[in-house]
Design a protein around this ligand. Structure first.
Ligand code: PMP
Length: 292
C-alpha cells in the first residue's frame, strides 16, 4: 500500500499528492523544508526543526499558513496515518502557485506537504569502516549572496558538489567557502577531533546550523570534551586525529579518508565511536513522543 501524504490540510494517497506546474517551489526552488526523523515513536528534536523552518520561512518572507503547534500536529498525524514508528519525514512549504514570473506576491497560497516514509538507512558498513569523502571544487554559496542558515529548496549548489563526489567515487563531498575555509558536506556538517578537542566550523562562516550538529556539541560538552567552533582549513582536516559528519539522515558517521588521504590511521577513532553511542541513546529520548 502506498503512503498517505499530508497536502494542504488533507491526507491523500501518494498518487494523488501532486502540485501545480505553476508552483514556485518547482519553477524557482522558492520554498523551505525540513528533513526530520522519528525513532521508536519519538520525533527527534521536532520543536527545533520547526523553529528552524519558521526562521527559514521568515528569512525568505514566506508566511507559513499554520502555527508551529498545528505543524507539529500535522507531522504526528502523518506518522500515525502511515503507522510509522521509525521514519524519515520531509516537511515542505513552497511559495505556492503563481504565474511564470518571479514575483512571490503573485502566489496567494503556500503549498504545504508532509511525507513520512520508511527510513532508508546508510549501509551499516559505513558506520563501522567510515566514509571516504572528497573536496568539491564547487564552492559553497557565499552567505553574502544568500544565507546558508536558511534551509531552502535551492540545493543546486550542493547537488553540483554531490555530482563531483560521485564522479570521484565518494558518497559525500566537502564544500569550502569562497575564501577556502572548510564549511560542510552537501548534506552534513563536519567535525574533527584534535588532541581530544572537538572542533567544527562556526555558524557565521556559511553553514547550515544542523540540528544533529547542535545535539553533538551539547553531548560532547556533557561528556567533558572541550568543544570549539572555529574556522577550519583542509590542513586541519588532513592532519586531524579523527573526523566525522553529522546530519539527520546520516546521524553521526566517521570519515576515514579525505581526498584519498587517510585521517590518522584510516579507521574510525575512539572519540567518534563513543559519540555515536551517546547519540544513539538520545534519539529516542529527546523530542516529541506519539502513539500509534
Ligand atoms: N548541512 C546541509 C547543507 C544539510 O542539508 C544538512 C541536512 N539538513 C545538514 C548540514 C545537517 O543538518 P541536520 O543535522 O539538521 O539534518
Amino acid at each position: 500500500m502506498g503512503l498517505l501524504i499530508y497536502l494542504n490540510g488533507t491526507f491523500v494517497p501518494e498518487e494523488q499528492a501532486t502540485v501545480s506546474v505553476f508552483d514556485h517551489g518547482l519553477l524557482y526552488g522558492d520554498g523551505v523544508f525540513e528533513g526530520i526523523r522519528s525513532y521508536n515513536c519519538n520525533v527527534f528534536k521536532l520543536k527545533e526543526h520547526l523553529e528552524r523552518l519558521k526562521a527559514s520561512a521568515k528569512y525568505i518572507m514566506l508566511d507559513i499558513p499554520l502555527s508551529l503547534d498545528e505543524l507539529e500536529e500535522a507531522v504526528i498525524q502523518t506518522l500515525q496515518k502511515n503507522q510509522l514508528k521509525d521514519a524519515y519525514i520531509r516537511l515542505v512549504i513552497t511559495r505556492g502557485k503563481g504565474d511564470l514570473g518571479l514575483a512571490p506576491w503573485k502566489c496567494p497560497q503556500p503549498t504545504v506537504f508532509i511525507i513520512a516514509d520508511k527510513i532508508a538507512l546508510y549501509p551499516r558498513d559505513f558506520y563501522e569502516k567510515g566514509l571516504d569523502i572528497v573536496t568539491a571544487s564547487t564552492r559553497r554559496l557565499s552567505s553574502a549572496a544568500f544565507s546558508t542558515k536558511a534551509k531552502t529548496l535551492n540545493y543546486l549548489n550542493n547537488i553540483m558538489a554531490k555530482i563531483e563526489g560521485k564522479n570521484a567515487g565518494a558518497l559525500e563531498a566537502l564544500m569550502l567557502s569562497q575564501e577556502g575555509y572548510v564549511l560542510e558536506c552537501t548534506g552534513d556538517n563536519i567535525f574533527i577531533f584534535n588532541n581530544k578537542e572537538l572542533i567544527t566550523p562556526p555558524e557565521h562562516t556559511g553553514i547550515l546550523k544542523g540540528i544533529t550538529r547542535d545535539s553533538v556539541i551539547e553531548l560532547a560538552r556533557e561528556k567533558g570534551y572541550r568543544v570549539a567552533e572555529r574556522p577550519l582549513t583542509l590542513f586541519d582536516i588532513y592532519t586531524a586525529d579523527e573526523c566525522f559528519l553529522t546530519g539527520t539522515a546520516a546521524e553521526v558517521i566517521p570519515v576515514v579518508k579525505v581526498d584519498a588521504r587517510p585521517i590518522a590511521d584510516g579507521s574510525p577513532g575512539p572519540h567518534t565511536r563513543s559519540l555515536i553511542k551517546e547519540f544513539q541513546k538520545i534519539t529516542t529520548e529527546l523530542g516529541t513522543k506519539y502513539e500509534l
